[in-house]
Design a protein around this ligand. Structure first.
Ligand SMILES: [Zn+2]
Length: 289
């Protein structure tokens, strides 16, 4: 069985109805059981047991409350908008080091909260007229105080794919990767194209291969800052590679035995596999069987 997908499995009911119910939202915020996720900037702070840290709502804190949802007992869970001027580090080293301390569902809950807080911090001003915006919809949008334009948290679709040819799949590495590390190729979906077209375009642009038979495998959020990784497979008829070296430093075709060795962390494996929270690892596990 492949590993569970990273950043999925958050346990809260998102309680969408409270976002448009000011009285219900106020009651949730006044609930003495309500909890607020503790963040340092947009990074989580480990709790005593190693998981997420939660605290009671501080009435003296005037930052906007963003509703994450309700647990099985109806306890409201919030996170606060980041302080003005917070440093947004798209992929904090601290948090990457701490993430293994979280269970899968906790990583999922934190990932969603992080993307949301990050989005608010980047959208304090209206993209239409430049005036200040304010939180509305229980934390799931911002409205401009001048032109009344409404803005909603964004999710950026990214295709990540294994091209297969003659019993092998293509893995590649970017210049910034740790030594020996290879992963599935990936790229942002652009306006005006389907997922299938994005997969074909990215593989041709980055590796010079033409593919057909694009199929969907699985998806997961990647909260650095707000990607939705859409895992796919595709079939290439010709393995000849022409790399775009501005994007890809190296790429190679690997067979199932080589993928299994990499996933097992064998010393003799031809590459280092992606970490467990990355969907690239899931794609390799799924393909290698
Ligand atoms: Zn405006």
């Amino acid at each position: 069985m492949p590993l569970p997908l990273g950043f999925t499995g958050a346990w809260l009911d998102r309680a969408d109805q409270l976002r448009v119910d000011p009285d219900g939202f106020a009651a949730a915020a006044a609930d003495p059981r309500a909890r607020c996720l503790t963040l340092d900037g947009i990074d989580f702070v480990p709790g005593e047991g190693g998981g997420l840290r939660w605290e009671a709502l501080d009435p003296a804190d005037d930052r906007a409350l963003l509703l994450l949802g309700l647990d099985d007992l109806g306890v409201p869970h919030f996170v606060r908008e980041a302080p003005a001027g917070v440093r947004i580090d798209a992929r904090s080293r601290t948090v990457m080091r701490l993430l293994p301390l979280l269970s899968g569902p906790e990583a999922a809950l934190y990932g969603g909260a992080r993307s949301l807080v990050d989005w608010h911090a980047r959208h304090r001003f209206c993209a239409v007229c430049g005036s200040q915006t304010a939180v509305f919809r229980g934390g799931w949008g911002r409205r401009c105080g001048s032109c009344q334009a409404e803005h909603f948290p964004r999710v950026d679709p990214v295709v990540i794919m294994l091209a297969e040819c003659e019993g092998r799949v293509l893995v590649g590495r970017q210049g910034g990767f740790p030594p020996g590390f290879f992963s599935a190729l990936a790229g942002f979906v652009e306006p005006g194209e389907s997922l299938e077209e994005a997969v074909a375009r990215e593989l041709f642009e980055e590796a010079g291969i033409r593919v057909t038979d694009v199929t969907y495998v699985a998806s997961q959020p990647w909260p650095f800052p707000s990607s939705l990784m859409i895992g796919c497979r595709a079939v290439a008829s010709d393995p000849a590679l022409t790399l775009d070296t501005t994007e890809i430093e190296a790429a190679m075709w690997v067979d199932r035995a080589e993928v299994r060795a990499a996933l097992a962390g064998d010393m003799g494996a031809p590459f280092l596999a992606p970490p467990p929270l990355a969907i690239a690892r899931y794609l390799l596990e799924d393909w290698a069987g």
